[in-house]
Design a binder for this molecule. Structure first.
Ligand code: HEM
Length: 240
């Protein structure tokens, strides 16, 4: 047994996972007022749009792709006629598209955080570390997709399943190229760091939005406002 591999590819992932689960639960229970994305939209809306949209679409699809591609064993894809070659081609092309979206979005957000005076003044070092760590994880992921040319289905994928299902085997990571090792280690570190950052908001998917009752907004012509009278509401909210 190689102690270095054991520490990096078994002990470290479990430390990060435990911090992730306990940290997010603890913050949800004890710190609900700070449980949000700490939006900076009010400080500068224009420069946020493309960065936030590209990043969020890219990263959410990347998560789904990782979950489907790595956690579900190849034998189940074989049942549906998706060979490992086909699986890799699909993962490659999807990875290029969503990875580039996440990467460009992340760089735009990082650039905004560093260059916009108002956003920078209201932000914290933690915000910059979060975006910096995301940039490292995403850039190594994109590098692997474009230049890695390595079959992860029989090495990285079973290793991750081993961690998730409590039968870790760090030896599976031995033949894996360095750029993949950096990517997975940085990703575990980011998971461990996430409860201490604004990333707690990843759980706040506004699903209720699709089921809530509709709110009707009506635009009133200016004349109508005059007739109905602003005077109905005097300063201080008292009805006249
Ligand atoms: C469906 C789940 C998600 C929702 C509803 C959501 C929503 C939001 C909202 C409303 C903001 C504030 C917009 C702003 O002012 O910047 C934000 C910012 C942010 N989100 Fe998410 N998010 C989600 C998932 C994620 C995920 C999975 C990640 C990364 C792993 C992420 C990372 C970030 C970061 C880093 C920022 C800060 C951007 C900045 O201002 O520099 N989000 N998110």
């Amino acid at each position: 047994m190689d102690l270095t591999y054991e520490l990096i590819f078994t002990v470290f992932p479990y430390l990060c996972l435990a911090t992730f689960v306990v940290g997010h639960s603890y913050r949800y229970i004890t710190d609900r007022y700070a449980w949000n994305a700490r939006s900076s939209q009010i400080l500068d809306k224009k420069s946020l749009f493309w960065g936030a949209v590209l990043f969020h679409v890219g990263i959410i699809l990347t998560f789904l792709g990782h979950a489907g591609g790595l956690l579900i064993p190849q034998k189940y894809y074989d049942l549906f006629g998706i060979s490992s070659e086909m699986h890799l081609v699909i993962a490659h092309w999807m990875g290029e598209v969503v990875g580039i979206a996440a990467f460009v979005g992340c760089l735009l957000l990082l650039w905004r955080r560093l260059s916009n005076k108002r956003v920078r003044a209201a932000g914290t070092l933690n915000d910059i570390i979060t975006l910096g760590a995301l940039t490292l994880v995403i850039s190594t992921g994109v590098y692997n997709v474009f230049f890695g040319h390595y079959n992860v289905l029989y090495s990285v994928a079973p290793w991750i399943r081993g961690i998730v299902f409590f039968s870790p085997d760090p030896e599976l990571m031995r033949p894996v190229p360095l750029s993949f090792k950096i990517h997975v280690t940085a990703a575990w570190a980011l998971l461990g760091f996430s409860p201490f950052s604004r990333l707690v908001h990843i759980w706040s998917v506004p699903l209720f939005y699709f089921f809530r009752r509709r709110i009707v907004f009506r635009r009133k012509p200016l004349g109508a406002i005059g007739k109905a009278g602003f005077g109905r509401f005097e300063a201080g909210g008292k009805e006249g």
